[in-house]
Design a protein around this ligand. Structure first.
Ligand code: ADP
Ligand code: MG
Length: 244
């Protein structure tokens, strides 16, 4: 589970500060894809950066399970990220010289509390992961030999390699045509349900609405609307306590 509780984030802006995330509360539940949408500059990526523990909020809480990332050291945040969070950026950020298989395997080399166990875990299921993202037989290819959609699939496999409980994805379809985009969204939806990850997915493109179980709309750093796949709607729902 990932939960932001009344989180506020500001950045320096000339003499003052700009509020990018303004008292946001949201919950990402296991097995659920929670979409975050809103205009450019509304604070979507900043919300993900908070959830990813890449940046600490000025105030409020960021719960990853029972750990408040707002309260831990940088070092602890690095460990938390490595153990429990998977991140997919807008661009797939693959390493040009590595094959698809190696991009995923690299996640086993990052160490952590039990380095050898982690390496074993990743190694043991690289092929299965490549399979599950639709890249069976493509493991030997480097990024330049893959299409944009295939590169995103590698990035998703890499994010899942250490079996994170939280999956954070920023605009995964922005570089893809609509059909390829729909396939990636479907894939994320399926993997979230199969692997029970708490998935937050930023998108400004609501063509793919049906792959999102819940949808939050952000305007000027605030959540203005919360809808579920079943159509329930309301600004306050986003702040409601989660059952899990
Ligand atoms: P979105 O992802 O919805 O486009 P962002 O979270 O990137 O929005 O940005 C929210 C606001 O914070 C914008 O006004 C943006 O200009 C500002 N912002 C984002 N990152 C930084 C930063 N590192 N330093 C200063 N301002 C930033
Ligand atoms: Mg953004």
């Amino acid at each position: 589970m990932i939960r932001l509780d009344d989180a506020t984030l500001t950045y320096p802006d000339g003499a003052g500060r700009i509020t990018a995330v303004d008292h946001v509360s949201l919950t990402g539940k296991p097995g659920v894809v929670t979409g975050i949408t809103g205009p450019s500059g509304s604070g979507k990526s900043s919300i993900l950066a908070l959830a990813a523990t890449l940046i600490r909020p000025d105030s409020g809480h960021v719960w990853i399970g029972d750990v408040d990332a707002a309260k831990i050291s940088r070092r602890e945040a690095t460990d938390l990220r490595r153990d429990r969070i998977g991140i997919v950026f807008q661009q797939s950020n693959l390493i040009a010289s590595l094959t698809a298989r190696e991009q995923v395997e690299v996640m086993g080399e990052l160490g952590g509390h039990d380095e050898r166990a982690r390496r074993r875990l990743v190694r043991s299921h690289v092929e299965e992961l490549l399979d599950s993202v639709g890249l069976a037989g493509q493991g030997g290819k480097r990024p330049a030999q893959l299409s944009g959609g295939q590169r995103q699939r590698v990035a998703i496999a890499r994010a899942l390699a250490h079996e994170p409980e939280v999956l954070l994805i920023d605009e995964p379809t922005s570089a893809l045509d609509q059909e390829r985009g729909a396939e990636i969204m479907e894939l994320i939806h399926r993997l979230t349900h199969e692997r029970n990850t708490s998935t937050l997915l930023v998108t400004h493109d609501l063509v793919h609405r049906k792959s999102l179980d819940e949808l939050l709309t952000v305007v000027d750093g605030k959540i203005t609307e919360h809808t579920t796949q079943h159509g329930a709607s309301g600004a306050s729902a986003a702040a409601a306590p989660s059952a899990s």
